[in-house]
Design a protein. Structure first.
Length: 192
């Protein structure tokens, strides 16, 4: 092969390599060749008092609150999470607050918990419960709850528990309860 053909082939190979490793459309819009980084998921450790503050509803919040207790090692928790993410996306614009509380070990605060949340595209406030005696936290949520996972609790805007599901959620059942809260809120806003 003569020199001009070798240079032509080399140019073709290099050009194809550059095309295949060039910036994506999103990167070109940002003006960067750096790949888009996944969203940073922040998980804060809280104790029983912190959990009580998260759950507490007051006049300034004026929104219903959905709280889901879960863990990365809990298969039913992992299986229901996509449904919870959909519920959050559907009802957050209508005034629903949603918080996830992990019962994983504290060592998982910066590893498996944020990785799972990132994989699930979770954008809700998430906490890891860090207590030496889980009974304190359980009793603040619902004294009848054994602590079994998953567990989902729905509070109205005044902080009253209006729905609980121990075990995997039933989407139609949960959304019907949410509709009662956000629907009545919408109706009150329309009357004013």
């Amino acid at each position: 092969m003569n020199l001009s053909r070798k240079l032509l082939w080399l140019g073709l190979v290099l050009g194809l390599a550059l095309l295949s490793t060039g910036p994506t459309t999103a990167q070109r819009k940002r003006g960067s060749n750096q790949p888009a980084s996944p969203p940073q998921i922040s998980v804060a450790a809280i104790d029983a008092d912190g959990l009580a503050e998260v759950i507490k509803r007051d006049a300034t919040k004026n929104k219903p609150l959905l709280v889901n207790f879960w863990a990365t090692w809990c298969d039913p928790c992992r299986e229901e999470f996509p449904d919870l993410v959909k519920i959050d996306k559907q009802y957050r614009p209508q005034g629903l607050d949603f918080t996830a509380v992990s019962l994983d070990e504290l060592a998982e605060l910066k590893t498996s918990v944020p990785k799972f949340l990132s994989d699930m595209h979770v954008t809700v406030p998430t906490y890891l419960l860090n207590v030496s005696d889980p009974e304190q936290a359980i009793n603040r949520v619902d004294p009848q709850w054994s602590g079994a996972l998953p567990a989902t609790f729905l509070y109205d805007a005044q902080g009253n528990l209006v729905y609980k599901r121990l075990g995997r959620i039933k989407v139609p059942e949960l959304t019907a309860e949410i509709e009662k809260l956000v629907g009545s809120k919408k109706a009150a806003a329309e009357q004013n």
